[in-house]
Write a protein that binds this ligand. Structure first.
Ligand code: AP5
Ligand code: MG
Length: 216
């Protein structure tokens, strides 16, 4: 099973991708998480990516594509994967398609988690993220058992640098300009599925499992 999660920043791609990965036992691959891990570890890639991320801009395609293609060629990806935050531009989608074609493979579904912009800024200010294991919480919707501490790995939870309201506005603008065209791209290929991302996250997940059900 090879799935792409589409949706605006904060639509719930990561939340849903983790649940899909657990249920269907495939790796959850988030380019954002990979960049944040590199920033935390002070790698060259992290230093470069941070310049763009802190401004709400996209990391250049050359960097992002290389990292993603390396990751999906790892042995744990032979059974499939959920991509969260990739592709984010038409050129990224084309590179992925070409790489899959070369091994006679394809993406099964691109799932668009649809949430209007008004809901997004509110959600982001309440998000708390774990930089160690990638888990995501929300101070109202998904509070951790102990404030500021990750339920999954016990490390500290943070407000992401790019979740400040002015940066969120910029990320939304970049999304509409560069990423939203992917909806048409995958729709034209007949693999786009849209779910309402404004309802409770378990109901969003139920919609997604209805789509993926036959692939279990
Ligand atoms: P990335 O980490 O991918 O961020 P994003 O797309 O902006 O998305 P988020 O992670 O902010 O949101 P999400 O949709 O995962 O929502 P979540 O589940 O956390 O990318 C960050 C940056 O890295 C980019 O800006 C860019 O610079 C760079 N980058 C990454 N990939 C790149 C690429 N391919 N090319 C170029 N640059 C790239 O949910 C949000 C909050 O809402 C949480 O608190 C959650 O608990 C809550 N929530 C979730 N679902 C619900 C619900 N149904 N109801 C109520 N609350 C909910
Ligand atoms: Mg995410």
């Amino acid at each position: 099973m090879k799935i792409i999660m589409l949706g605006a920043p904060g639509a719930g791609k990561g939340t849903q991708a983790k649940m899909i990965a657990d249920k269907y036992d495939v790796p959850h691959i988030s380019t954002g998480d990979i960049f944040r891990a590199n920033i935390k570890n002070g790698t060259e890639l992290g230093v470069e990516a941070k310049k763009y991320m802190d401004q709400g801009m996209l990391v250049p395609d050359e960097l992002t594509v290389k990292i993603l293609l390396d990751r999906v060629s790892q042995p744990d990806c032979t059974k499939g994967y959920v991509l969260d935050g990739f592709p984010r531009t038409i050129p990224q989608a084309e590179v992925l398609e070409k790489a899959l074609n070369e091994i006679n493979d394809h993406i099964d579904y691109a799932i668009d988690v649809n949430v209007p912009d008004e809901n997004i800024v509110r959600r982001m200010s309440g998000r708390r993220a774990c930089l160690s294991c990638g888990a995501t919480f929300h101070i109202v919707h998904v509070p951790p058992k102990t404030e500021g501490i990750c339920d999954r790995c016990g490390k500290e939870l943070i407000l992401r640098d790019d979740d400040k309201p002015e940066t969120v506005e910029k990320r939304l603008a970049v999304y509409h300009e560069q990423t939203q065209p992917l909806i048409e791209f995958y729709s034209a290929k007949g693999i786009l599925r849209t779910v309402d991302g404004t309802v409770d996250m378990m109901d969003v997940f139920e919609e997604i499992t209805k789509i993926l059900g036959e692939m279990a």
